[in-house]
Design a binder for this molecule. Structure first.
Ligand code: FEO
Length: 170
């Protein structure tokens, strides 16, 4: 059975993951409005990944005998200046999520809840990957600056991204 404190922390994390899904869905819509279909695809896949992250927490909490309490999802930003701005905001958001996951892990360690600590390791690794991917894209977009040709090359690359839900245990 999971502690009340950890149950609250995981419920809060479920909300943050669903907010992330909403956040990226809005970015996908913005990119579609610019006819940047690859960028829109990237964020649509990100939206699917975040929904997966939320549901993974949801299933874990139920498995541990906790109560899932769904809270209101905040309105995500809708004003973006450019594709670079979207990726800078994405990086800031992922850094925020990483800090939040680390806090939940700190709590699990403090409470000697090994099952939760082990479960959270997947998210710790996932955050490293997400921050690395987004940092690379921020850097590439800074490099190309106002070069429209470069923007279309990146847009083309981002069309290839697909959502692959990890198998159980991965
Ligand atoms: Fe669920 Fe992008 O962290």
């Amino acid at each position: 059975m999971i502690s009340k404190k950890l149950e609250d922390a995981i419920n809060s994390q479920i909300n943050k993951e669903f907010y992330s899904a909403y956040f990226y869905l809005g970015m996908s819509a913005y990119c579609t409005s610019l006819d940047l279909d690859g960028f829109a695809n990237f964020f649509h896949v990100q939206y699917q990944e975040e929904t997966f992250h939320a549901m993974k927490f949801y299933n874990f909490l139920l498995e541990r005998g906790g109560n899932v309490v769904l809270a209101k999802i905040d309105t995500p930003p809708a004003d973006f200046k450019s594709p670079l701005d979207v990726f800078v905001k994405t990086l800031e958001h992922e850094q925020f999520v990483t800090a939040s996951i680390n806090n939940v892990l700190d709590l699990a360690i403090k409470e000697n809840d090994h099952a939760t600590a082990s479960f959270l390791k997947w998210y710790v690794d996932e955050q490293v990957e997400e921050e690395a991917t987004v940092t690379k894209l921020v850097n590439k977009l800074k490099l190309i600056g106002d070069n429209v040709g470069g923007l279309f090359i990146i847009d083309n690359e981002l069309k290839a991204r697909v959502f692959n839900p990890p198998a159980k245990g991965e």
